[in-house]
Ligand binder design. Structure first.
Ligand SMILES: [Zn+2]
Length: 1059
């Protein structure tokens, strides 16, 4: 018989209707309609639980009859169902599935154990089936299951749009609850033909193989007589002969790895995430039994820990399948954290606690850093990874950039020159479905064609969890070795990266410096309180660990064992882990719903309260002997000597305005503060001499002064002179050393307000067009007036109107001996889609500005020559940003902000955003923050910008001590002889009470030799990595108090010092 001509579009439609008829026109006569030849309903009883209860609590509940069509809710509530299943007798030997659709997430419990997640939403089927038995035996005819229904979807419950705040009154209908026979042959044929249809559609238009796929599938339809199983077998043979045509040797290998990206909190709370992990991971673990080749990569130690605590049976299975190589811990971090905002030490702790967890629980040290969904990657990450046992990096997020990133596999070189092998899965996705078009995109989109033969393919529902399902695995199996499409292999990230390292590494290109993310730049600013808590927390941990270490060392050598100080290692670790959790890539960036932000603040409060108590205890343990008078000491948690004004409490005298005026013989109202100027050694303490306080002697050289003139107020000290107008604008700022004017156009400290309506991703984004809406804040509620006029501190206060509901109260402060002018700011913020910044046009010209980053700095353009430059219109900085020309510059310091822009000579610090999704009340309320302007001669390095920014962030700690141990005052416990080296962390070793860890880095970007000295005599010192794995070779020391080391630019070094 002669063949018929084929029309491609019509034939493809025919195949589609035969295997998956969306509109149900052909259900009666197509193959899809025969997947379940028989179904019967299930008897259900329902119990509305009080919150997220345990299984034992749930089954003890009162259950009442329920049926399909019933509606449950509201959002976030939990409903338990008892299913009494009776399999009809004539189904013996058949494969039987439970079909359940509650339009929500759910968990199947069997014999008291969580077995598999279920998930559905109105317009997408995700996983609505659970296999009751592969072959029904008589003893399986009666079964009881429980289903825990969570009233939320994979992406929470956003009102009308997923990223809008949740609709708290949503109802969820039970639309399906039945058991059904499955015809395995029909299932197989459906998958065969789905993959053939994919190949017909997505192989190159002119390829022979595409037509071959189409014609073979078409012929299978001709062969199949619906309801005649013998014809199915003949069709299956036809399909098999198509798939049997293998690939040639030059075909690329695609390494398919199952994955379930689970945001540790986002559009749902931390509490729901625990259940998401259980639902997603139990499903994948169940699949591992059926598919011994199936692999699943899973990051975030915190989520494993949640399973260990709440779902021990799942955790046991994880252990089993980690040992078999199917469940693969990846990433090596505590959570998938934000990649811009955490400090260097926070990054280190993500790896320290993450890797140590994976080692302890699974005997695994992760080799890949895994951050597929994070908003940009700081330039020190390669060094931190490398010192944490990791030499490879995987993400895909850079595919969101406006400029197409030129590589998918490359060497990423960080700030110090460390290189890590980096791969971006070219499917540009971590949640693929195993479809032919995704496999073809992975192949075709790769930017490094010809250089590499191995690509990663991550599949499984993600963000809200879900993970892979058997359907995806079956599709990928068909592409194992089929001519025309890449070879798809179930694999692991380690296997793939090892192949690249072995065979392809020399052919790869290099990218140097940060991986700047050209969108979501609003995440440097949104949820300002969380950012502030993050910065304050980092400072608290730094001080707490230093002083606790000091207490441990000074106490153990001087005290009786009975009352020896115990380093609060468990508390500190617990607090760190809570803190690191809040650095998750939707919490710290500010892109979560209100409930998450509230939880985060509660965690921060707990950390601050506990941390401050431990800090106070440790200070007393070191310095207090209880035998003398009460004195104030000032403690310096930084590695250089500091001379600063401190507050030593408030005057107890009555402070009626009349009395104050009389006493001070001046018109200036006083704040009642008692001030003192104190010099404190590096990592040490000094007594505060109050005589140099408010009643300071006339002859002191460092007096600060303030003078009111007609239109302005002038504040000055030995170093700088600032002129401030009545709205608080700095019209002039001069250095005394050279008389140089730093402010351009008389407009420093100008608040500016922008309209901020991102095209999408409200909390995440700030679009370039916001810059076109600049409006100055100039309306005065209360004009600048002098509020402090002591010789140690002068201060003026101003109150500005932003709108009818928002205002700024600012205290502009100049301390004696301070090289910077400080702006203590309080904002009542009640705006809608506005962005508040403060700007400083400075008298300085440079085509690059410099920004603080983890363990170093980055330079970015001040112009928009290219599209790559242009998209840096809002960048991330930490404690400072600097614009310098030859021999002069200006730095803006801050104590809790992260967003910045330097456009030509205008330096702009981002202060507050006001998005309405996903948190409707994001940033509404009162905010407190401080920034400062620091003009300087020389380079910013030589001028001490880095140290001054650290000083601003970590003020001297003043504490009254009852009988001070004089011998411990004025002792620099840790110091270094080279200005460029910063001793950043001092802590107890994780593994020994008799050893401490010192971590110090090169901050200027230059090679040097440094000697780190401690007043604590030690016995030996070793280098170690950031996981505190020790280099066996001892560092030779000239004496037992100092360590001499070489540093390369931006190098971080960690030492384990044993006593
Ligand atoms: Zn994510």
């Amino acid at each position: 018989m002669a063949s018929y001509m084929k029309d491609k579009a019509g034939t493809l439609k025919r195949i589609e209707n035969f295997i998956h008829d969306k509109h149900g026109f052909y259900d009666c006569c197509n193959l899809r309609g025969r997947l379940h030849p028989k179904r019967v309903p299930v008897i259900i009883r329902h119990h509305a639980a009080v919150g997220r209860v345990t299984y034992d609590e749930a089954i003890a509940g009162q259950y009442k009859p329920a049926s399909v069509g019933d509606i449950f809710g509201p959002t976030w509530s939990t409903h338990w169902f008892k299913l009494d299943i009776t399999i009809p007798k004539d189904w013996e030997g058949k494969e039987i599935w439970l079909l359940w659709n509650s339009q929500s997430e759910a968990m199947v419990w069997k014999d008291g154990k969580p077995i598999q997640g279920l998930s559905a939403c109105p317009d997408d089927y995700l996983r609505t089936d659970f296999i009751l038995t592969r072959s029904a035996a008589k003893n399986e005819f009666k079964q009881t299951l429980y289903i825990e229904m969570a009233c939320n979807g994979l992406f929470g419950a956003g009102l009308r749009h997923i990223i809008r705040p949740p609709d708290l009154h949503k109802k969820f209908a039970l639309t399906q609850a039945e058991i059904a026979i499955v015809d395995p042959m029909v299932y197989d044929l459906l998958v065969d033909m789905e993959v053939m249809l994919g190949l017909a559609k997505h192989l190159p238009e002119q390829s022979h193989r595409a037509y071959e796929a189409m014609l073979a599938a078409n012929e299978m339809i001709n062969i199949i007589e619906i309801g005649e199983p013998k014809t199915y077998e003949r069709a299956k043979e036809k399909g098999a002969s198509f798939f049997a045509k293998g690939n040639g040797d030059s075909q690329i290998t695609i390494h398919a790895v199952g994955h379930s990206h689970i945001d540790s909190a986002w559009l749902w709370s931390y509490a729901e995430t625990k259940r998401k992990c259980a639902r997603s991971w139990s499903s994948s673990l169940l699949m591992m039994k059926d598919y011994p080749d199936f692999t699943f990569a899973c990051s975030q130690a915190q989520q494993y820990q949640w399973m260990k605590e709440d779902y021990p049976s799942i955790y046991d299975d994880i252990k089993t399948y980690v040992a078999r190589g199917q469940f693969i811990p990846v990433g090596g971090t505590w959570v998938e954290m934000d990649g811009n905002l955490p400090s260097g030490e926070s990054f280190v702790r993500q790896f320290l606690y993450g890797q140590r967890y994976f080692r302890q629980e699974f005997d695994v040290t992760c080799r890949e850093f895994w951050l597929p969904d994070t908003f940009g990657y700081a330039p020190q990450l390669p060094q931190i990874m490398s010192q944490s046992g990791i030499s490879r990096f995987i993400t895909q997020k850079m595919s969101w950039n406006k400029n197409k990133f030129p590589h998918h596999t490359f060497h990423w070189e960080g700030l110090d020159g460390t290189k890590v092998l980096t791969h971006f899965p070219p499917g540009d996705n971590y949640g693929m479905k195993g479809d032919v078009d995704e496999v073809m995109k992975t192949l075709n989109n790769c930017e490094d064609k010809g250089r590499i033969d191995n690509l990663l393919f991550l599949y499984g529902y993600g963000d809200g969890g879900g993970g892979p399902n058997p359907h995806m695995v079956e599709k990928l199996k068909r592409m194992h070795n089929t001519d025309g499409c890449p070879r798809v292999k179930f694999s692991s990230p380690d296997a793939m990266m090892s192949l690249i390292e072995e065979h392809e590494s020399p052919k790869l290109c290099k990218w140097v410096g940060e991986l700047y993310f050209e969108t979501h730049q609003g995440t440097y600013t949104t949820q300002s309180q969380i950012k502030r808590e993050n910065r304050k927390g980092e400072v608290l941990f730094h001080n707490l660990e230093f002083i606790s270490t000091l207490a441990l060392r000074t106490q153990s050598s001087s005290s009786l064992k009975s009352n020896a100080y115990v380093y609060p290692a468990d508390d500190i670790e617990r607090m760190w882990k809570l803190f690191l959790l809040n650095q998750f890539h939707d919490v710290l960036p500010g892109s979560s719903i209100n409930e998450v932000n509230n939880d985060a603040i509660v965690y921060y409060k707990e950390i601050q309260e506990k941390g401050q108590a431990l800090l106070n205890g440790a200070i007393s343990a070191v310095f207090q002997d209880g035998k003398g008078p009460l004195v104030n000491i000032a403690l310096n948690g930084l590695g250089w000597s500091r001379t600063e004004v401190v507050e030593v409490g408030r005057s107890d005298e009555p402070k009626t305005p009349k009395q104050k005026r009389k006493k001070m013989k001046t018109e200036v109202p006083q704040t009642g503060r008692k001030l003192a100027l104190v010099t404190v050694p590096a990592y040490g303490a000094a007594k505060v001499d109050e005589e140099t306080g408010t009643d300071v002697k006339e002859d002191i050289a460092c007096n600060a002064t303030v003078d009111k003139q007609t239109e302005s107020i002038v504040l000055q000290n030995r170093l700088i002179e600032a002129t401030v107008d009545k709205i608080g604008k700095v019209v002039s700022l001069k250095m005394k050393s050279n008389g140089r004017e730093c402010i351009d156009g008389g407009c420093g400290n100008q608040f500016v307000l922008y309209t901020d309506r991102p095209a999408s991703y409200d909390a995440w984004n700030v679009e370039h067009y916001h810059l076109e809406t600049r409006k100055e804040v100039f309306e005065v509620i209360e004009a600048a007036r002098i509020v402090e006029k002591s010789r140690l501190r002068v201060e003026i206060k101003v109150n500005l109107k932003i709108s009818d509901s928002s205002n700024i109260i600012q205290n502009i402060v100049l301390d004696a001996e301070s090289p910077y002018l400080r702006f203590n700011t309080e904002v009542a913020w009640h705006e809608d889609h506005k962005f508040l910044k403060v700007e400083f046009p400075v008298n300085c010209r440079s085509d690059v500005a410099t920004y603080d980053t983890q363990y170093g700095f980055v330079r970015r353009p001040t112009h928009a020559n290219t599209s790559w430059d242009w998209f840096k219109f809002e960048v991330c900085t930490h404690k400072w940003a600097d614009l310098s020309e030859y021999n002069f510059g200006v730095a803006i310091l801050n104590d809790c902000k992260y967003g910045f822009q330097t456009s030509e000579n205008v330096m702009r610090l981002s202060l507050l955003k006001s998005p309405k999704a996903p948190d409707e009340v994001a940033d509404m309320g009162n905010h407190t923050f401080t920034y400062a302007i620091l003009p300087h001669e020389n380079t910013f390095q030589d001028a001490g910008v880095i140290r001054n920014a650290a000083n601003l962030n970590n003020p001297l700690i003043v504490k009254p001590i009852n009988g001070v141990k004089e011998s411990l005052l004025n002792v620099p416990f840790f110091q270094v002889d080279t200005d460029s080296i910063i001793i950043d962390t001092i802590k107890k070793s994780e593994d020994s009470d008799n050893a401490i860890i010192i971590r110090a880095y090169e901050s200027f970007g230059g090679t040097c030799v440094a000697t780190i000295t401690t007043s604590l005599r030690f016995s030996c010192v070793h280098s170690c990595n950031m996981l505190e794995d020790v280099d066996p070779e001892e560092i030779r020391t000239p004496n037992k108090t100092s360590i001499a080391v070489d540093y390369k630019p931006f190098q971080v070094k960690t030492f384990k010092v044993k006593f």
